[in-house]
Write a protein that binds this ligand. Structure first.
Ligand code: DGL
Length: 204
């Protein structure tokens, strides 16, 4: 293994959902996690703000903490900044981004002959970004409904009660119950409320 750590960053705790899985796969690596809670949530920021924040964090991880690779463990920051980060740091430092799991969702729906549309939940920035549009055009012949959750990452970040998160989601999403085949969690924070989303939509 090359010397140095693998740096992860997100607007807060969301990227921990990816870090945990990566740590199990790469047991001999050392990881540094940067949760930018001072600037969270990212989902309502502009592209230039997100690019600047991402560059500052990468500089900190690479030049002050000797990171040899960076995982942008945030769909919003990946959507806004991944191209700029790659232009700036690669090939010396690989930059790994995340994107909503549209491809596996389409494969799942097709191979199980599921009826209904795929519901993608993400931050406003991700939902409105060109990157998502390209991704959907590339993989999906199915109908995909994209829904921006303006406040959910904030609620998760601030440890709001399960009941208030349930109420927030139910109010916005109940119209989709019975109409969706599959739900894509397009924000790394949402992993932590997967069970609440399952409670709303029911089994299957
Ligand atoms: N966890 C982030 C994502 O995957 C951003 C959440 C936020 O700060 O709005 O998009």
């Amino acid at each position: 293994f090359k010397n140095g750590s693998i740096g992860f960053f997100d607007s807060g705790i969301g990227g921990i959902s990816i870090l945990g899985k990566t740590m199990k796969l790469l047991e001999n690596e050392v990881f540094i996690y940067f949760g930018d809670s001072r600037n969270s949530p990212y989902g309502s920021k502009s592209e230039s703000e997100l690019i600047n924040l991402s560059i500052n964090i990468c500089n900190f991880l690479i030049f002050e903490n000797n990171c040899k690779a960076i995982v942008v463990a945030c769909n919003t920051a990946s959507s806004a900044a991944i191209r700029f980060l790659r232009e700036r740091y690669e090939p010396k430092i690989p930059i790994i981004g995340v994107e909503p799991a549209i491809k596996p969702a389409v494969e799942f729906v097709n191979s199980n002959n599921k009826k209904g549309y795929i519901l993608l939940l993400a931050t406003p920035f991700t939902v409105n970004g060109d990157k998502l549009r390209c991704l959907i055009n590339k993989y999906s012949k199915n109908t995909i409904e994209c829904f921006a959750l303006d406040y959910l990452a904030y609620m998760i970040e601030h440890n709001e009660s399960e009941q208030s998160i349930y109420d927030y989601l139910y109010e916005r999403l109940h119209k989709y119950i019975n109409n969706v085949s599959c739900i894509v969690l397009g924000c790394t924070h949402y992993y932590f409320v997967k069970n609440i989303i399952k409670d709303i939509f029911g089994e299957g």
